[in-house]
Ligand binder design. Sequence first.
Ligand code: BGC
Length: 759
Amino acid sequence: MDVKNVVSQMTLEEKCSLLSGADFWHTRSVERLGVKGIMVSDGPHGLRKQDDQADHLGINDSIKAVCFPAACASTSSFDRNLVRTLGETIGDECQHEKVAINLGPAINIKRSPLCGRNFEYMSEDPYLAGEMAASLIQGVQSKNIGVSVKHFAANNQEHRRMSSSSEIDERTLREIYLPAFEAAAKKGHAWTYMCSYNKINGVHSDVNKWLLTDVLRKEWGSDAYVMSDWGAVTDRVAGVAAGLDLEMPGSGGVNDAEVVKAVREGRLAEADVDACVERILTIHQRYLENAKPETPWDQEKDHALAGKLAADCLVLLKNEGNILPLKQGEKIAIIGEFAQKPRFQGGGSSHINSFKVTSLLDAVADIPNVTYAQGYRILSDEVDEALQAEALAAAKQADKVVIVAGLPDSYESEGYDRDHMRMPANQNALIEVIAAEHQQVVVLLYNGSPVEMPWLDKVQGVLEGYLAGQNVGTANRAVLWGEVNPSARLAETMPIRLEDTPSYLSFGGEANTAVYSEGIFVGYRYYTKKKLAVNFPFGYGLSYTTFEYCNLRLEKDQIKDTDTLQVCVDVKNTGSVAGKEVVQLYVSDRESAEVFRPVRELKGFDKVELQPGETKTVSFTLDKRSFAFWNVNTKDWFVETGVFDIQICKNAEEVVLSAPVTVEGTVPLPILVDEDTIMMDLKKHPAKMAILRKAREAMRPAQEEEKKEESAAASEAITEDMNEAMERYSPLRNMISFSGGQANHEDLKQLIDAMNAVE
Ligand code: BGC
């Protein structure tokens, strides 16, 4: 279909009808011109296809489908191939079900552990979130199914999500909250974006021209169309002008009529309407011309895949005395109702109607010597003395105990945030009681976001199970019994207490204003800078084998910021079982005169599988962005000349190998001189300094005279060095106060003009 040509044949009313949904999940058609509507359905970790009784909160049932690991889990894999496979599978399912766009991935940054939707989001780190999002998108779209990258942007809390304004300074937006969306455009080539409900710095996303047009399309070169989150439209006419293409789920024609009226009255350019329609239809064509409803959907096969993927998403956090893996023949007590009724996904619009669920108890049915006790009730926070006593008795009979604990559905969900990080009191109490009596206790957690672990020192093992999808049991069994060697790493920091978190003082905001006062210091950027102890740092995770690193090689030790830098490192499996290692590369700026910078930032990662004794070389390519910060004056990425350490790390806190590189910034920082410009800043600009020196020379005789008056004692008290140090902060305007009447305001103005006239 020649989209431009078809659009040119439409009436204004027809065009405007295409700017909103026909119903909850479908777009409209224009039959006389052969324009077909398409269907969209929620993801991100499966297919939530609703037919009748539509809603956007996951309340009503959708078709039976397969629930894969939620993003909190899948991102922990640090495995681009894993999420790509996940994407391909979801793409096939969509083809089978005639769903053209899967509404995901959700890639907002985890600003605080409290956000109710963190289970659906990827990471606290923008680079990791961007890389994983891009791979997932490539997977889905390789099947000619679109994604909708959400929630664009800065939707980092559920509290007042439709009215709150995320107040974020420019550098923080660019360095923390936008890069994952940027990667989704530049690397993922996402077909669509979904604008968020919230405002950014006072402007609702649906009418934010800077975001939707200037940044997304002009800067990042995206050809995506933007749809609204469900009900996120505040002003449809302004939205069309800003670049919001599609309103979902539609307003029953009310807003379409507004748009028609605005065009007729000359308040909106028809060309803006055309641009929206063209973008929408161009994307839909990609699906319509490649629809393959004959694609098979073998749900059992996908269920098996869900379990296989999930096993690579579990993070082994503690393994004292190698309590894990469990061995065949050991007497194991599995305790906790979650072992029977697992929590494997979060609540809200991502809720998949699983066709089948495999719990841990289901999965271990064939393992001898395994007993089970309920221990607590998921739906209550109260200790049940009888259940607890029964669990303790079961534990005492066993060689090892696995307590399955975590957060019940009501504790975290779309639509509201948590107000604390605690697990239910009865579950914490159960762990304490059993750990006091038994020295071989593993806690397996089901949760979408970090929890406080008051019992951490008293148990021997902790396995972070996250929300691992409907085949959770198979994955848990595989890792617990060592059929799969755990290889995931935390995509977020696990703080000790809520009070330690970077946004503790401001999360949620006051009324409709949420000030992101911690700035760029989100997640590990904060904890490493403050040297604050955490339970487990970002990037942390154990294995049943050991790895050694050596031979860190940098292609060069000096580069320009326009060059790339190849980095290689060798990794060896020094243990006795096969395993996968996540090699993490961080860049650390030794000294920054211009801005505050984090201790180190993740700029590369790779996952490698190694047999015992095997060594592999992992290589990375760094570029300008690996060293740059966002400069608010030049409105661009900027590298400050200096030494940067390339650090190969086990996690955000543990550096294994490090090598320096000197990077020369090739973009000079422009400076606009005014009366407040200080000497320290001027000294970086030789031509301007030359002008200043000349002016000072001219004034010197008078100043010399004045100096003679000074007592010898004073000149002894203030040494030359001190003088120079103090002078660093002297603004130009001081010339008037200290030139003994030699310079007046006009002289100063002329001097400033002269300085601004040169580089
Ligand atoms: C959610 C989106 C979702 C949409 C459709 C909204 O409430 O924020 O993530 O895709 O509903 O269900």
